[in-house]
Design a protein around this ligand. Structure first.
Ligand code: ZN
Length: 393
């Protein structure tokens, strides 16, 4: 991928019903690293992220906890932003809520309906207002379905239901057709939808329209975790192609591998989440958390263990010691090496190894014969770590 002077990046955001866990943090630190590398390479970066501030999991959790969904979303969004700031993640240029994006979704779905690329499905008996209908995207009307994931239908069917899909919904033309607009139900929030009727957006169309509104078709990078490859990124893209008549939605897809915990998948349903806010509360230096994340390449799945944090804390201390002197080994070669690693598919572990080598040499030479050390080198390396890796020491 070689973006033009302006690099346009869209990264799928959280559904704010629970606190940020290590898997989320890995994703947003990875795209923060990418944004930093692009800026360092001379691009202007326009970074858009959504927040799914109305969706089923949020409504269910709010009901369980006896709070309004708005209050829950507001609280979790604030906590997420605090976590991100602590981790040194630069905020997106546009941080857009699903609620804010409703008018765009209404327009897009209305257009898809009139173009024959979407259809109405009657509501199950006893749900919603008389005559109301949900609206689905007609996959059979689309070209290139499967181009994002390169998955076959069996692979798609295997995960569709557990990732928010409703393959068994009666009246759908294809089990995989994604929901575009959910008609208002008793006790659920809804917005005016013009000829669509009162309702709220499906998950994928939210990202389709926010990306189109803020970046336009064929932007540079669509990002998220590997669990978003299908159906979320596949559906977001195919809908955008149908809306605009163009292709592709994004030039490049970048997916952060999953982070497990001691050999198990980290997930809310398993209750084995490592939360950033809890670690911070317990006094863990957020820069150690960031270093623990950067120690793994974004494409490689890994498990969080106590050792991950212990290793990162040791590394942080070593870097701080290396940077504490007035002089150090020449900074230029180390900074060049960091840049080279980041340009090589965001090789963060390689970049950390380059800094390790510099810090080790710095301490060895300071302890022995400090002759020949470059005055000011620690300052240069420190500023490069801040700018390129987002690590503040
Ligand atoms: Zn998304």
């Amino acid at each position: 991928m070689t973006p033009g002077p302006i690099a346009r990046m869209y990264v799928c955001g959280i559904t704010p019903y629970d606190a940020t866990h290590m898997g989320h943090a890995a994703t947003y630190v990875t795209f923060d690293l990418l944004g930093r590398a692009l800026r360092d390479a001379g691009h202007e970066v326009i970074y858009v992220q959504n927040v799914t501030d109305v969706d089923d999991p949020l409504l269910e959790r709010a009901q369980r906890d006896g709070v309004t969904w708005q209050a829950l979303a507001e609280m979790e969004i604030a906590l997420f932003r605090e976590d991100m700031t602590a981790l040194g993640v630069i905020a997106p240029d546009h941080y857009i809520g699903a609620v804010e994006g409703v008018p765009s979704v209404v327009k897009a779905v209305t257009d898809l309906l009139s173009a024959g690329a979407a259809y109405r499905v009657d509501l199950p008996e006893g749900e919603g207002a008389a005559g109301a209908s949900d609206i689905y995207f007609e996959l059979s009307s689309a070209h290139d379905f499967g181009a994002v994931s390169s998955w076959d239908r069996d692979q798609m069917m295997a995960v569709f239901a557990e990732r928010g899909g409703d393959p068994e919904r009666a009246g759908k033309h294809d089990q995989l057709d994604p929901l575009l607009w959910r008609a208002a139900r008793e006790g659920e929030p809804s917005w005016p939808g013009g000829e669509l009727g009162e309702g709220r957006p499906g998950w994928h169309i939210e990202c389709t329209t926010i990306a189109l509104d803020y970046l336009g078709m064929t932007f540079d990078v669509q990002g998220g975790g590997t669990d978003l490859i299908f159906p979320h990124h596949e559906m977001s893209a195919i809908q955008a192609c149908a809306i605009t008549g163009g292709s592709p939605f994004a030039r490049a897809y970048v997916h952060q591998a999953m982070v497990g915990l001691d050999g198990a998948k980290m997930s809310k349903s398993q209750g084995n989440l490592v939360l950033i806010s809890k670690l911070r509360e317990s006094g863990v230096d957020p820069m150690a958390i960031r270093l623990a994340l950067l120690a793994h390449h974004y494409r490689t799945p890994w498990d969080w263990t106590d050792q991950s944090l212990a290793d990162a804390q040791r590394r942080l201390s070593m870097w701080r010691a290396g940077l504490s002197g007035n002089g150090g080994p020449s900074a230029d070669a180390t900074i060049a090496r960091i840049r080279e690693c980041l340009a090589n598919d965001l090789d963060a572990p390689g970049a950390l190894a380059a800094v390790d080598a510099w810090a080790e040499e710095s301490m060895e030479r300071a302890a022995g014969d400090p002759g020949g050390l470059e005055i000011g080198a620690p300052g240069l390396v420190g500023r490069a770590l801040d700018a390129l890796l987002g690590v503040r020491l």
